[in-house]
Design a protein. Structure first.
Length: 240
């Protein structure tokens, strides 16, 4: 069953085509990895799907509902969550308060929102930090907080932008396991990831972009053997 369908999605900034006629589908409960060199249009694609940037044209269907051009709050209210490459916690609020803000998207009762937030914080293994200010957390912990905030809206589809980027090597395996735990809960995931080994491990299918265009879409094995992908990306795995 398809949870997300993107057809001919395009967006230009001035004369630069950040995304051009991109089409793909995501199966419910699966993980789609998105790869590509710097400037390929990966984060722009996330912005278009989640409403932070309005597409020029195309079609975006979430659970067969047209979400093209909707505002971010409307899209998140339907069950589409997102994390950002540049972490954006409320630095002077506690971890619990940060996650509760996300919970209020779906829950008006303060006590229920707090209980939901605590459950999510425990899920991401930060329960001992729940009363710490966000600014006091390490980068790896702030990554987990970002994931917790996204999970607080009870997403059916979660878009994650470079979850393992910018953290030390010892932190990465735990973040990868957390992605797998989210998938096991039934959350459909689309993830941008610069680490090819990770993307190959966690993805059911992979979308490869270059210069704003789709150059390949297929299984990890198919992507590994695709000449266009090798030429554009796999030879130089640094990504942003």
């Amino acid at each position: 069953m398809k949870i997300l369908t993107v057809e001919n999605l395009s967006r230009a900034f001035g004369g630069i085509k950040a995304n051009e006629d991109i089409s793909f589908e995501v199966e419910k409960g699966k993980v789609l990895g998105v790869i590509g060199p710097n400037g390929a249009g990966k984060s722009t694609l996330f912005d278009l799907i989640t409403g932070y940037t309005k597409p020029d044209n195309g079609k975006i269907l979430f659970e067969n509902k047209n979400i093209f051009g909707l505002k971010p709050d409307k899209i998140s209210g339907l069950g589409v969550g997102r994390t950002f490459q540049k972490l954006k916690p409320f630095a002077d609020q506690t971890l619990l308060e940060n996650v509760m803000i996300g919970a209020f998207v779906k829950e008006n009762n303060i006590k229920k929102a707090r209980n939901d937030a605590l459950e999510i914080i425990e899920f991401v293994d930060l329960i001992e930090k729940r009363h710490h200010f966000a600014r006091e957390l390490s980068t790896g912990q702030r990554k987990r907080l970002e994931m917790a905030r996204a999970m607080a809206i009870k997403p059916k589809l979660l878009l994650m932008d470079e979850v393992t980027g910018g953290v030390d090597q010892k932190t990465i395996p735990g973040l990868v396991e957390l992605i797998k735990k989210m998938r096991n809960l039934g959350v459909t995931i689309i993830t941008i990831e610069h680490n090819i080994n990770i993307i190959m491990e966690i993805s059911d299918s992979i979308l490869a972009l270059d210069q704003g265009k789709k150059i390949a879409f297929g299984s990890p094995k198919e992507i590994q053997n695709n000449k266009k992908v090798i030429d554009a990306y796999l030879g130089t795995v640094d990504d942003a």
